[in-house]
Design a protein around this ligand. Structure first.
Ligand SMILES: CC(C)(COP(=O)(O)OP(=O)(O)OC[C@H]1O[C@@H](n2cnc3c(N)ncnc32)[C@H](O)[C@@H]1OP(=O)(O)O)[C@@H](O)C(=O)NCCC(=O)NCCS
Length: 349
């Protein structure tokens, strides 16, 4: 498709159009990816969830109607993260993501090219489907969808060569971009063999009905190879299988509680922090009542450092960064450091 046509059909705009999640069923069915080397090549390129009235499949994310629908699900969900709506992010940060990452154009052409875009849908009538949830799962186990706002689709195995850790933040060569963050060491940044996931969202109209559990259960039972082998499940579709050990998430702090409820496990010691400088001030933070709070108060909201004091992981695991826990405790007590992300994992078996 030429560039001009693509920008009309999958525009770079903030898509708050709720009805975009309704698509012609025929378009949805056409957008499912058929994997010619599937072990069940004559099966349909999607699965139906018996008893739930739902359908699940991996779509081509550059089909315009699909890109717009997914963009609408993600954009409307992220709108609630704005601090003016009681969320944890300044409006300008939310709007940058809504425009650059999850606009129809972003969904079709940014991370979508490196990920399996799963769409869970239900039939509204004989010709219309409603997209009710979505998740993006990295195709390759080594892909990291984002690494600060300056890098997308980084390969973990070559991160040290691809990422310029010495680059300036702006025009002053003394002020370094990466001085604004505290991350785990690049080699430890991602647990090996886990698929990065992003954009895991249930439509606002369908929250609180256990759909996210149905969605995750279906992903595991019908797409996660190791789980399917362990349970003796047949391959019911002609799409890709996920061959990694599990899912890996870089999550905003408020998401941890809900991801833990869904069976995700905190990756110990893998938190990242913003580091404030005179030349790089962080936006003011407000609590849910709108009062200004410090970085330390913010960190404490997410039980840092308490969650790491006098405790050990429930399950010992080579994927935790226990040796970095003292550093996380130190950072969470540094007035210049503000928790940016936690990491979480979900094991397929
Ligand atoms: C998180 C999300 C996917 C959950 O979907 P859902 O279908 O509404 O959730 P369910 O009804 O299946 O609930 C699943 C569990 O999560 C818990 N949960 C859901 N939303 C929660 C929230 N905002 N805070 C705390 N727990 C929450 C539920 O209590 C439930 O746990 P329980 O069964 O032990 O009580 C959905 O709320 C959403 O899209 N949120 C916005 C985007 C987001 O935060 N995505 C996650 C990170 S990518």
């Amino acid at each position: 498709m030429d560039v001009a046509l693509a920008s009309q059909t999958t525009p770079r705009l903030i898509n708050l159009t709720a009805d975009d999640r309704f698509v012609p069923t025929e378009v949805l069915r056409r957008s499912y990816i058929h994997y010619p080397e599937s072990q069940n090549p004559s099966a349909p390129p999607f699965v139906t969830l018996e008893g739930e009235g739902l359908e699940l499949g991996i779509v081509h994310s550059d089909v315009p109607e699909i890109a717009r629908g997914v963009s609408s699900l993600l954009t409307r969900s992220l709108e609630d993260a704005k601090d003016q709506h009681g969320g944890h992010l300044p409006a300008r940060i939310v709007e940058r993501v809504q425009l650059d990452i999850i606009s129809p154009h972003g969904v079709a052409h940014l991370w979508g090219t490196e990920g399996h875009r799963f769409v869970l849908s239900r039939a509204v009538d004989r010709t219309t489907s409603e997209m009710v949830a979505t998740m993006l799962v990295a195709r390759r186990k080594g892909t990291i969808f984002f690494f600060t706002g300056r890098y997308n689709n980084v390969r973990h195995s070559t991160i040290e060569e691809t990422v310029d850790f010495d680059q300036p933040a702006g025009t002053n060569p003394e002020q370094k971009w990466f001085a604004q963050f505290a991350f785990p060491k690049p080699i430890d940044f991602k647990p090996l063999a886990f698929h990065h996931i992003a954009n895991f969202v249930v439509a606002k109209e369908h929250r609180g009905k256990r759909l996210s559990r149905v969605f995750l259960d279906a992903l595991l039972a019908k797409y996660a190879r190791d789980r399917m082998v362990a349970c003796g499940n047949p391959i019911e579709h002609s799409q890709f299988l996920l061959c990694g050990r599990g899912f890996w998430q870089i999550g905003d702090p408020p998401w941890l509680v809900r991801m833990e409820r869904l069976g995700f496990e905190l990756r110990w010691g893998a938190e990242s922090f913003f580091i404030e400088h005179d030349w790089a001030r962080l936006p003011a933070i407000h609590d849910e009542q709108g009062h200004a709070i410090s970085n330390l108060d913010y960190n404490r909201t997410f039980r840092l450092p308490e969650r790491y004091q006098g405790t050990a992981p429930d399950r010992p695991s080579p994927f935790h960064l226990t040796q970095r826990v003292p550093e996380v405790i130190r950072l969470s007590q540094d007035p210049r450091a503000k928790l940016q992300y936690f990491q979480a994992m979900f094991h397929f078996t």
